[in-house]
Ligand binder design. Structure first.
Ligand SMILES: NC(=O)c1ccc[n+]([C@@H]2O[C@H](COP(=O)([O-])OP(=O)(O)OC[C@H]3O[C@@H](n4cnc5c(N)ncnc54)[C@H](OP(=O)(O)O)[C@@H]3O)[C@@H](O)[C@H]2O)c1
Length: 285
């Protein structure tokens, strides 16, 4: 695999930072675009001096995007949002922004483009997140037919270096393998959990007991509407819509296995990273 010049939009995020780390390890010079380059400076020690350059590039900035892409041969778009806030709309970040990015990428002579969408992307979904992800997929394909689209399932954990690492490994495999051009992959683990099973797993790992109360979707939507007055609501009405559909790899989809990646079950990893919350655990004191 040859090293080159890569632009990573959203390279400071939960997944993007591991993409940047891997690209740096293969020797690429990386331009990292995000809205707050100052906060992305933590990426610099992942490479040699000058190898990783964080830049203030918003996906909506028509003037700066061409300059951001110029001279690069590869583009990875990891920009995404879970909630809308001010000018950060789903349509901008997931659809019209990526559409423009893909067009500029083509004009800049970018050879390989990997774009992050999400499992559940669907033009008929009741969730705006899912609808705009689907519209974004179509738009980037129209402008850049050889784009590789990755749809992760929920990638959870606080900076766990594990679940997000799989997404980064998938990006690198796609860049290595030209057969992935023009394809879409759904990235999920080897085991499907219900939401309750995940919570049970969490509680058993941290050795705590809690009772669960089932909340019907109508009530959850009402709660989410109330919470939307908070600056960072823990649940939004759109997320309630998203939860109505299972977040699992569809049958017949190309997967991590198609890329030669064998994911590990959550149970193997959770004990290590939940240790800090465990009753009687190493960090309890
Ligand atoms: N994590 C998951 O569970 C999951 C599941 C399914 C799909 N995905 C998708 O995978 C991709 C990466 O997810 P993630 O978890 O790494 O997200 P994340 O941690 O929220 O990171 C998002 C990145 O996008 C940048 N960004 C946000 N708005 C931007 C804008 N307007 N212009 C330019 N950059 C912008 C952020 O930096 P600034 O805030 O500084 O701009 C950050 O670097 C996203 O497309 C996401 O939708 C993630």
């Amino acid at each position: 695999m040859r090293s080159g010049r890569t632009a990573v939009l959203g390279g400071s995020g939960f997944i993007g930072r591991y993409v940047v780390k891997r690209l740096a390890a293969r020797g690429d010079v990386i331009a990292v675009g995000c809205r707050n380059a100052e906060q992305a400076k933590f990426l610099k020690p992942l490479g040699d001096v000058g190898q990783i350059v964080p830049l203030n590039i918003a996906i909506g900035n028509e003037e700066l995007l061409p300059a951001f892409l110029a001279g690069n041969d590869t583009l990875v778009n990891c920009a995404g949002i879970l909630q809308e806030k001010g000018s950060q709309t789903f349509d901008l970040v997931h659809h019209s922004g990526p559409a423009r990015l893909a067009r500029f990428a083509r004009e800049a002579g970018i050879e390989r483009f990997v774009h992050f969408s999400a499992i559940g992307a669907d033009s008929r979904s009741s969730s705006a997140y899912a609808r705009t992800k689907a519209a974004g997929e179509q738009a980037v394909r129209d402008a850049f037919p050889t784009v590789t689209i990755l749809r992760p399932s929920v990638v959870f954990g606080s900076e766990d270096q594990f679940f997000n690492r799989f997404a980064a490994i998938a990006v690198m495999k796609c860049l290595e393998d030209s057969a992935s051009a023009g394809r879409l992959y759904e990235l999920g683990g080897p085991k499907i959990y219900t939401f309750r099973e995940l919570l049970d797993l969490l509680l058993s790992e941290i050795r705590r007991k809690r009772r669960f109360l089932d909340v019907p979707f109508g009530l959850a939507a009402a709660q989410a509407r109330l919470m939307s007055i908070l600056p960072n609501p823990p649940l939004t009405p759109d997320q309630v819509e998203l939860l109505k559909r299972d977040n699992v790899v569809s049958s017949g989809a190309m997967t991590l296995a198609s890329l030669g990646i064998a994911p590990t079950v959550a149970e193997v990893i959770l004990p290590a990273y939940l240790d800090r919350f465990r009753r009687g655990g190493w960090y309890e004191r």
